[in-house]
Design a protein around this ligand. Structure first.
Ligand SMILES: Cc1cc2nc3c(=O)[nH]c(=O)nc-3n(C[C@H](O)[C@H](O)[C@H](O)COP(=O)(O)O)c2cc1C
Length: 464
């Protein structure tokens, strides 16, 4: 009871702190609009908005490229309408319940997904799979992602996901890792379209066999809603299925215009898939090389509006989010690694997508509170050992943003990273965070001086 009381108090404190931040001048639009014209025109009711171009737009001191008109529409996934068209990507070993919670609390997340789950592990109840599938009432709407190649096992895994809180079930058709592809799962399915279609057909059939009533939907909607409202008493609605794909396996196929993703996605739509996320790389590219927005655009063209396409790859700023939407015509954007350094990115992107000014990023002190919150949530949802391991490897991601001081000058947070790595207890991690917040555990990085001129900082590289 005492522990519960303490965690409620902490939760209330955190929510108040967030609300205070959202209302504070720091969170107010940091970047004035330079260049006139444009503005937001709403056509077709609330469903469709056109955000006209501004010649140059300053986003929190960062200058966006001039852009043409683009439009965004509310993102519907089967019977669901998401609160925003921004999704947190699954990143195995990173996007756990604690991280999803922090991203959601900071705002702008329309849907978050578990990391890839083994249906066999879920059905057998192995501790690792159950930990990965952990969710709660706040973590909604949530997608549960399954990988595998056996239609029957995938179908039973999908049923398990529905019975354990999934708002959406997702099938991984993009993982390039040997452990997954050697068993014909992940992106290996891009080379065997009939197997991919068979899995989808069986999973859709199973989802239709375990539809949810109004009470269940109410529990798992979060910021989403059902397009036609909650089902009346006695009626039920099935959980929708989505897939996450890459452009194709071989880069040479993509370059020769023979990528499978356009016709695969059409076939998935025919089989009852409600939306497809396209990571704009081939399997051979793994996570290197430039994301091919043209490849995503080809999928968008191929499905011709029958189902929404969600674009994914290398979105780290609101500008890159707008570019993804504008250049591919996709209806939603999924963000992965960009959020590992900046879990507040969804909030910034959502402001940009709606044509409004982008809020300033959190100050260093606020970032420390976000990291602290993440650390405490990991301890709460898992245990101290897990939290200590994770926080140590996650500091290199957070340090990317912590390295930029509030006045825009760069410094290095390496001493903080080192202190967290060497910490022997949660108390020592907390102490290191407090020392950084108080001005310690940093070195001024003279090699990378970037005075606060309002110009963009050098682009942040993604740690590998
Ligand atoms: C370490 C790592 C683990 C990943 N795990 C998954 C996963 O479990 N499921 C999945 O669909 N994609 C996974 N991805 C791919 C991401 O979801 C995403 O498609 C990719 O990182 C590109 O998007 P980004 O540039 O926004 O990160 C992973 C990527 C990385 C780097």
């Amino acid at each position: 009871m005492v522990a519960f009381g303490v965690s409620c108090t902490l939760l209330a404190f955190w929510r108040c702190a967030l609300a205070a931040w959202a209302l504070s001048p720091l969170a107010r639009p940091g970047g004035a609009i330079a260049g006139g014209g444009g503005g937001q025109v709403i056509r077709g009711g609330e469903k469709e908005r056109w955000v006209q171009a501004r010649s140059v737009r300053k986003l929190s001191g960062r200058v966006a490229q001039p852009r043409g008109d683009y439009h965004w529409s509310v993102l519907n996934i089967g019977p669901l309408r998401l609160g925003t068209n921004l999704l947190l990507a699954p990143i195995a070993g990173y996007c756990d319940l604690a991280f999803r919670t922090v991203c959601r609390e900071l705002g702008g997340v329309g849907l978050a997904c578990t990391d890839l789950l083994s249906p066999q592990g879920l059905l057998r109840g192995t501790a690792t799979s159950l930990d990965l599938a952990k969710t709660n009432d706040f973590d909604k709407p949530v997608g549960m992602q399954l990988y595998g190649a056996d239609p029957e096992i995938m179908a039973q895994g999908a049923r398990w996901a529905v019975e354990h809180g999934a708002t959406v079930v997702d099938i991984n058709m993009g993982c390039p890792v040997d452990k997954v592809t050697k068993k014909d799962g992940g992106s290996k399915l891009l080379t065997d379209l009939s197997r991919a279609a068979a899995i989808v057909a069986r999973v859709v059939q199973e989802l239709e066999r375990c539809p949810l009533d109004a009470d269940e939907w109410r529990r798992r909607l979060g910021s989403a809603e059902l397009i036609n409202g909650l089902p009346p008493r006695g009626a039920r609605i099935a959980v929708p299925l989505t897939c996450k794909v890459r452009l194709c396996w071989h880069t040479a196929d993509y370059e020769a215009g023979r990528a499978c993703s356009p016709h695969l996605t059409r076939a998935l739509a025919d089989s009852g898939v409600s939306a497809v996320t396209v990571h704009g790389r081939t399997t051979e590219m793994k996570f290197a090389g430039a994301v091919q927005l043209a490849g995503i655009a080809r999928v968008v063209d191929a499905v011709n509006g029958r189902i929404p396409i969600i674009g994914n790859g290398d979105v780290r700023t609101p500008e890159e989010c707008l570019t993804m939407l504008r250049e591919t015509g996709c209806q939603g954007v999924m963000i992965g690694r960009g959020a590992l350094s900046a879990p507040w990115l969804f909030r910034e992107c959502w402001a940009a997508v709606q044509g409004g000014p982008v809020p300033a990023p959190p100050t260093q002190a606020q970032q420390i509170e976000i990291i602290r919150r993440f650390f405490r949530l990991m301890r709460e949802h898992r245990d101290d050992r897990y939290a200590m391991f994770q926080i140590s490897r996650r500091m290199s991601w957070f340090a990317k943003r912590l390295a930029v001081r509030d006045d825009g000058w760069r410094e290095s947070a390496k001493p903080l990273q080192e202190a967290v790595r060497l910490a022997r207890s949660p108390e020592e991690v907390e102490e290191a965070l407090s020392r950084f917040a108080a001005g310690g555990l940093r070195t001024f990085d003279t090699a990378r001086e970037t005075p606060a001129t309002g110009e963009p900082h050098e682009p942040l590289a993604l740690p590998r």
